[in-house]
Design a protein around this ligand. Sequence first.
Ligand code: PEP
Ligand code: MG
Length: 575
Amino acid sequence: MSQHVFRGLAASSGIAVASVLVVRDVEIGSEGSGVTPDGPARAVKALGSVAADLARLALAARNGGRDEEAEILEANLLMAEDPSLLVEVEQTAATMPAAAAVTKVTERHAALLAELDNEYLAARAADIRHLGQRAARILTGGGAMPRPERPSIVVARDLGPADVAELELSEGLVVGIALAEGAATSHVAIMARALGLPMSVALGETLLTAHDAEEAVLDGDNGFLVLDPTTAVRAQAERAIQGLEEERRLLAATRGLPAVTTDGRELRLLCNAATVAEVDAGLEAGAEGVGLLRTELAFLEAPRWPSVADHRAALEWPLAQLDGRVATVRTLDFGADKTPPFLTGIEERGLRLALSHPSSFVAQLKAILQTGRDTSLRILLPLVESERQFRTARSLLVEALHEVDWQGPTPELGAMIETPEAAGQAGAIAGVADFLSIGTNDLVQYTLGLDRELPLATAQAAADPAVLALIVRIAEAAHSANLSVEVCGEAAGELPVTVLLVGAGIDELSVSPARVDAVRGLVRSISADDARAAVRSALTASSAVEALAIARELIDAGPSSGTARSDNGLSGVVA
Ligand code: PEP
Ligand code: MG
């Protein structure tokens, strides 16, 4: 066979060279077509066994400190145990074979969720569908996942969180994932990124013609898989892997050094986190503290507004790790793709939503103050729309400070600027805030009308001249008011965009723990003057692609240590 390239989307960074292990689709028909008296009981039992797997895998993730993964698996467990789902499966299995019944009912539930045109619920739709497939696999005698016997790139149509968690228990033998379908925002993609497993998705139906043991090269940075690669492709992939390892070693050796440009401009490097494991990972990588603690993620399945005690329980442990360091705690950013069941159907989001429930907002502020006393505490408000709205939030903070009998300096209160309208009012908002933070994930979406389906592309789209102009404007507004300005969206960790942020005068970068080393390496390899010049030309570019190319030139002209390379060299050889 000769080399075959499957192109799709990048979902988790990294490169793998290994043989392929194919997870075949479940063949419902193989169970036979008849209705059997024990069908309903078998169908319910299969879902019970999926639930037991999920409980076991969630516990293993929790014990391993992988909280994000555990949370996804626990949410799936709740779905697998949903009594209404079980009753419907039992009734349907009285009229058709058990595997077909489980598939039919889970597909129906998934379709209902997918119709709601809400990305977060769409991810849950995919999860329900995967639960059904896992149960159907058990019913048709296929067992759970195949077991790798050597380092393998797993190829499948799509996988669910339980499948990935199970593959991960294969003692490091799974080195990458390639999916014919799937999305870069799926729970599986989030897990792959947390595990550092390269992954490409949406590679197309023909991917499923691959055979076990065929050699492959997977590029999770550029979103492709090469089956039966040529010697040249394989050699470049191996060089790139070695380069990445060397790069990681060099970058890790600079932990403890400041994020300072070659001409002496020092930035504060912080990390984004939602769990203790992420706080720990960020600090270990040398982040000075947390620049964005997302608090809503702990309550996405909440049945009501969280109480002071609920908030305290969620905050206590992550904040305890920060002892004396910067802790930027963002108040709940419910709404849109982060809507818990009790708020289904609401249209408001962020601070506007919080202010329409002032007692719940004050409850969270009190919990933040009580649990953040030993940190260098800052409170951040999501999606601020106006100066007036910010003032209202500040008056509620004053109330909360009084209620907890706060002693000492008042924590800084910051505004997240995440829409073009808010950017237009950045001067007025800076007049009442203590610091500004730019949420590029939303700013890109609201400015360019892209959705967040493809986070990697969204991060790069922050280089679009229209978005860049807003970033420059917000930074100027902050500086005119003598405030510092942070960027905490994914773009801060996307190296070519990082160059432009340095050039735009951003003071603080808050990135995912996995990007801390790379961002520090980049900042230390460029001059602020050159970055400013890059911004000037990028502002006149005709597209994000052209602006990124301008920034990449600066990266590639930097020191040859490899610490800030922008390309793994594979695309060129494969093309
Ligand atoms: C952002 O929008 O860039 C951001 C950091 O907030 P979130 O991703 O939580 O919406
Ligand atoms: Mg946001």
